[in-house]
Design a protein around this ligand. Structure first.
Ligand code: NAP
Length: 487
């Protein structure tokens, strides 16, 4: 029986004022996995009011005490890891090993951020004046709105909420309409962890209605958004003066130089391009390969890709795309690539695995030129473009030729070239001799150029997004002292 799930507001499970629901589908067979509240702006306002009421006592709870709730959440995620991983396969479609990784990342980040409860460091520094103390302390931002995509339905909400909660913020979360079941299950664990009522609220429904309400609402002081560049730009235009963190798309490249370990590079390309069916913001959708090794690289790559099994995520190497629109987008870009004169080396078509489901063949174009749209636009599917180059400098130029700047990678045995690439690649992440994917939760994550607005998630920098710095001057001289600005 297909169940209907509710919103989580002020510690209660509540139906939307709209009386309407929407469905979430299993992308592998198009069956309905659940019905969810099609919430309204009024539902969001209730959630914001509840978060606002809860904020003052949560802010005043010492951070090491807040950390105890995060640790409980970490324990619950461990206990529920396999169950959540299976739900991710069911609703989002990624293969089971990756789904386990999605949950593990959430476990790791709650563990890491719980530890942050005993740090949340500010700075002390000498004052210009005698008998005066100077320091910075961290304050929470207030009620923060989290808006998340479907491709990491547990890990991304965990990144954001663990950092927001440890800093003392209260939360209104709008998950993706493609993965509301994962969101409900995440909220159930938050409830079980015992966070005070109203500190964490989750409302399902459409981005253009309830997402927009979060974006515009005066009582929301911060927004943390992960998703497409179009939505990110819309948020920037409409949010007004708020603290905003944007994690947007990518068009990431792997450079393979002539001295690279080719088998290692092929491993990295297969994983980077076709892991998560190419639906990671860090997926490798371009390979920039030295022309001297191009044909050998392609031979080795083809031998691997031909053996990849596409199907539902429990028993196959590559799962479905998230929905029909994603299949149509990949197909559209294959046609664009052909029209632009790229050579189709493998794949290129939707796959009919058993009459239903959103499958697409792993697809490889070669002899591509950097300015082609398949080498510039984020396709977010299993479509890889190979661009031959003549030199290291040309490889760097091609890698940097896109408007995004999330991840980058280089395979080479030459240490000097590797370090020069680290300096020159315009990206928030650079991997040497490994693929474009594989972040660790204690290191910052984020991009430059069209990928973001300078915030970082995870690691010590992850708390900057969810805290404000207050500068404190403490004068114990007992007389009026003027700083040099007034002296
Ligand atoms: P999306 O369409 O932008 O949606 C992301 C979220 O924004 C969803 O919850 C969506 O709600 C909501 N939304 C849509 N319109 C909105 C509006 N007008 N106001 C407020 N919220 C709105 O992106 P997606 O397709 O879910 O995710 C794929 C994109 O995310 C790719 O571009 C990928 O590169 C990027 N991504 C980036 C990172 C990173 O860290 N840089 C990580 C993962 C993914 P609905 O679902 O209801 O439409």
């Amino acid at each position: 029986m297909v169940m209907t799930y509710k919103n989580y507001v002020n510690g209660n499970w509540v139906a939307s004022d709209s009386g309407k629901i929407f469905s979430s589908l299993n992308p592998a067979d198009e069956s309905i996995v659940g019905h969810f509240q099609a919430s309204t702006r009024a539902d969001v306002r209730h959630a914001i009011a509840s978060a606002s009421t809860a904020f003052s006592s949560w802010r005043d709870t010492p951070a090491p005490s807040r950390a105890k709730y995060l640790w409980k959440m970490r324990d619950l995620l461990i206990k529920n890891k396999e169950r959540l991983a299976c739900l991710i396969v069911l609703e989002m479609g990624k293969v089971i090993a990756e789904a386990r990784g999605d949950v593990q990342e959430a476990i790791d980040v709650f563990e890491y951020m719980a530890g942050e409860g005993r740090r949340l460091f500010g700075n002390t520094t000498p004052s210009e004046l005698k008998d005066k103390f100077a320091m910075t302390v961290r304050m929470p931002v207030g009620v923060v709105g989290l808006i998340t995509p479907w491709n990491f339905p547990i890990a991304i909400p965990a990144w954001k909420s663990a950092a927001a909660l440890i800093c003392g913020n209260s939360i209104v979360w709008k998950p993706s309409s493609d993965t509301p079941l994962c969101a409900v299950e995440f909220a159930k664990l938050i409830d079980e962890a015992g966070f005070p009522k109203g500190v964490f609220n989750m409302v399902t429904g459409s981005g253009w209605e309830i997402g927009d309400e979060i974006v515009r609402h005066q009582m929301i002081r911060g927004i943390s958004f992960t998703g497409s560049r179009e939505t990110g730009e819309h948020i920037l235009r409409n949010a007004g003066v708020k603290k905003i963190g944007l994690e947007l798309g990518g068009k990431n490249a792997i450079i393979i130089l002539e001295d690279a370990d080719l088998d290692l590079a092929v491993d990295g390309v297969v994983w980077g391009a076709f892991g998560t069916t190419g639906q990671r913001c860090t997926s490798a959708s371009r390979v920039i390969v030295h022309e001297k090794i191009k044909s050998l690289f392609e031979k080795k790559l083809l031998a691997r890709v031909k053996n990849l099994k596409v199907g539902e995520g429990i028993h196959h190497d590559i799962g479905p795309l998230i929905n029909l629109k994603a299949v149509e987008k990949s197909a559209r870009y294959v046609q664009i690539g052909l029209d632009e004169g790229a050579k189709l080396l493998f794949g290129g078509k939707p796959l009919n695995v058993h009459g239903k489901g959103f499958f697409f063949q792993p697809t490889i174009f070669t002899d591509c030129k950097s300015e082609m749209r398949i080498c510039q636009d984020e396709i977010f599917g299993p479509v890889l473009s190979i661009i031959p180059v003549k030199s290291f400098d040309e490889a760097i130029r091609v890698s940097n030729s896109v408007s995004y700047g999330l991840s980058s990678a280089i395979y080479t045995a030459d240490i000097q070239k590797a370090f020069r690439a680290i300096n020159k690649l315009e990206a928030g992440l650079t991997y040497v001799n490994s693929s474009t994917i594989g972040s660790e939760c204690h290191l910052p994550f984020g991009g430059v150029k069209g990928t973001g607005n300078g915030m970082r998630e995870a690691g010590i920098h992850g708390i900057d997004e969810f805290s404000e710095i207050k500068t404190v001057y403490f004068d114990y001289s007992g007389k009026l002292q003027k700083a040099t600005i007034d002296d």
